[in-house]
Write a protein that binds this ligand. Structure first.
Ligand SMILES: Cc1cc2nc3c(=O)[nH]c(=O)nc-3n(C[C@H](O)[C@H](O)[C@H](O)COP(=O)(O)O)c2cc1C
Length: 354
């Protein structure tokens, strides 16, 4: 049924639908459910160490013998910034006070560097697919991962980034439109040109020879069929999979997704230090005026993290990070494997009806 087969052949899957890696929200259970249903399950591993990676990949492998994807942020933590931290701590003090937290101190490191300890674990695990956000690792790491048999994927937000990724060895490229939930996959922080999927996907398809995967605001068969019409060979879907029981999200976040259409979404860097799209809650709205004061990614997250934990403990979603894309209105609460099968059947019907 699929109009283009290069991606399914490259990945060894039945259906060209990738459940997006979502660090903090994807679990080995969701990955296995999607892969067992013929799509590609992806685990967001940006918070993992070599040790936790081995454990979680082991869980996936025990639950499926189908291809799966492990995903990483290609980033190094910035140098300490005591003055900036002190300034941001003053800015966040009213929220800390409101939640009964003592004043912010040195931010905790949320995402470890992507370094040799992770590459070594990957070379040992030999996952069928490894994907990246924020560019690509150095050429030696890419060559070693490919030699170990992993297919390499990364995200582009412009045709220029897509060409750069292809030159750096990407076997397939995600065209991440502005509609997408979560962090913008720009190579450099805060360099977004804001291209929506309808404009971006054909530009990327024209720019590269490798298969293109459309991402951002795709939530049903209409979006998947449209992605093929625009030149993609598959899709990567994040937000729609958050409402499945296998996702690892907080119940407050799960409930807020049901109100997604009313809340709307916004891009902000006041949560993590890099632009990301989430449900518009009180924190995003009130911090809008201070976007430019945000610390470098992910230092800012180190300071807002305690607010999120305390807000959740209080039973409030006002200060939670609730990443979601523009199609959140279509979220359906059904098991991940069933959602994958539903998406396939919807796409079949849309393609047949065109
Ligand atoms: C909650 C959430 C977390 C995300 N975390 C990651 C991540 O860890 N790595 C990554 O490459 N992309 C991440 N993304 C972006 C997705 O890969 C993808 O671009 C996006 O979900 C597509 O848009 P959609 O959410 O509208 O389907 C995340 C998205 C969401 C919604």
């Amino acid at each position: 049924m699929w109009p283009r087969k290069d991606l399914i052949e490259l990945l060894g899957i039945a259906h060209p639908i990738i459940q997006a890696p979502m660090a903090g929200s994807t679990t080995p259970a969701i990955v296995a459910a999607v892969s067992n249903a013929g799509g590609l399950g992806s685990l967001g591993c940006a918070r993992d160490t070599g040790q936790s990676l081995r454990e979680r990949a082991g869980e996936i492998r025990r639950a499926t013998n189908k291809p799966y994807n492990l995903n990483f942020f290609v980033h190094k933590n910035p140098p300490p910034d005591p003055d900036g931290v002190a300034r941001m701590a003053r800015r966040l003090k009213p929220y800390y006070d409101e939640l009964g937290l003592s004043e912010a101190s040195e931010p905790k490191q949320i995402y470890p560097d992507f370094d040799d300890s992770i590459v070594d674990a990957l070379l040992e695990l030999r996952p069928p697919i490894v994907s990246f956000h924020y560019g690509m690792p150095d050429a030696d790491a890419v060559a070693a991962l490919k030699k170990a048999g992993s297919v390499i994927i990364s995200s582009a937000t412009t045709a220029e980034e897509a060409r750069w990724l292809e030159d750096a060895g990407a076997d397939a490229i995600i065209a991440q439109g502005y509609e997408a939930g979560g962090h913008r996959g720009t190579r450099e922080p805060n360099t977004d040109t804001g291209l929506g999927g309808i404009a971006l996907i054909p530009q990327v398809a024209d720019a590269v020879k490798v298969p293109v995967i459309a991402a951002g605001g795709i939530a049903d068969g209409r979006g998947i069929a449209a992605a093929f019409a625009l030149g993609a060979s598959g899709v990567q879907i994040g937000t729609a999979f958050l409402s499945t029981p296998e996702s690892g999200i907080n119940p407050l976040y799960r409930n807020a997704l049901l109100r997604g259409a009313d809340m709307g979404t916004a891009l902000t860097r006041t949560i993590s230090g890099r632009m990301a799209r989430g449900l518009r809650n009180r924190f995003i709205e009130e911090m809008r005026a201070y976007e430019d004061e945000s610390l470098a990614f992910p230092l800012q997250y180190g300071l807002t993290g305690p607010l999120q934990v305390a807000s959740a403990k209080k039973g409030s979603d006002e200060m939670l990070a609730m990443w979601a894309g523009q199609a959140v209105a279509f979220n359906r609460a059904m098991p991940a494997g069933e959602l994958l099968e539903t998406l396939v059947e919807e796409t079949r019907a849309v393609l047949a009806g065109l």
